[in-house]
Design a protein around this ligand. Structure first.
Ligand code: UGY
Ligand code: MN
Length: 243
């Protein structure tokens, strides 16, 4: 509705609805559009960037620096070009790119992908986490805290060299997070399909596919899936480092 949006920016959370998206582009990019949905500019420690490409294809360049990245292909396909290899990613494909590694994403008109980006937290006793890639649709979902109606797919290995987790949560209609979580870990989240109600701090929001959410550390959070189809979201979480 004219002059209205569901987008909300609060103290410890943000809900970003697609109607407010404004494009950016960056050095070395051609025919690719970034929507920087979450970033340190809003107080987050991560960035969550939605990228789309022109009908003739395009490329998005990320220089080698202290940032690590996870790429998730929501629709279409993409290629990750590195100095010594090209990784093709199908729909639901993902890749973890370690810090100090330059890469270029090449996509087409059908490609819609999300990049999670953050500064890698070195640990004196640990090596750098290796590059990896996979297909989320091939990863089995595990019942969350015993509930077979709330399945969690864990994309990255549970390995302390990785300081982030990226997961997909799929809820049958009526399924919920079992309790209101309040935790040190931060989340960046993208609704992939379905509808639900997200509790963030003391507010309750209807959410739907395409919405993004930032949950700062200690943002009380809860979710209930509603409607006739399962609700699914992709999310980032920082893990494996002392505060
Ligand atoms: O991993 C998590 O903290 C997850 N259960 N949080 C969430 O879905 N908001
Ligand atoms: Mn959580």
């Amino acid at each position: 509705m004219f002059g209205h949006t569901r987008t909300t920016l609060a103290h410890r959370h943000a809900l970003i609805a697609p109607d407010g998206h404004v494009p950016s582009t960056f050095p070395g990019w051609s025919d690719a559009t970034a929507f920087v949905i979450i970033s340190p500019a809003m107080g987050a420690d991560l960035s969550q960037i939605l990228i789309t490409f022109e009908p003739s294809g395009g490329s998005a360049y990320f220089p080698a620096d202290e940032h690590e990245h996870v790429i998730y292909v929501e629709t279409g396909t993409c290629e990750v070009h590195l100095a010594d290899q090209v990784i093709p990613l199908a729909t639901t494909g993902f890749a973890f790119i370690p810090p100090e590694t330059a890469f270029t994403l090449q996509g087409t008109a059908a490609t819609r992908l999300t990049v999670f980006r953050k500064i890698y937290e070195f640990h004196l006793d640990l090596d750098l986490p290796p590059l990896l890639h996979g297909l989320a649709s091939a990863i089995p979902g595990e019942p969350f805290l015993g509930n077979p109606r709330a399945l969690l797919q864990t994309l990255l290995p549970i390995d302390p060299r990785y300081d982030m987790a990226v997961n997909i949560f799929t809820y049958q209609p009526g399924a919920t997070l079992p309790f209101v979580e309040t935790h040190i870990m931060e989340h960046g989240l993208l609704m992939l399909s379905g509808d639900g109600i997200y509790r963030l701090e003391n507010s309750y929001y209807p959410v739907t596919a395409g919405d993004a959410i930032w949950m700062a550390p200690y943002c009380p959070q809860w979710f209930a899936a509603i409607g006739d189809t399962p609700a699914s979201y992709l999310y980032y979480k920082d893990v494996h480092r002392l505060p």
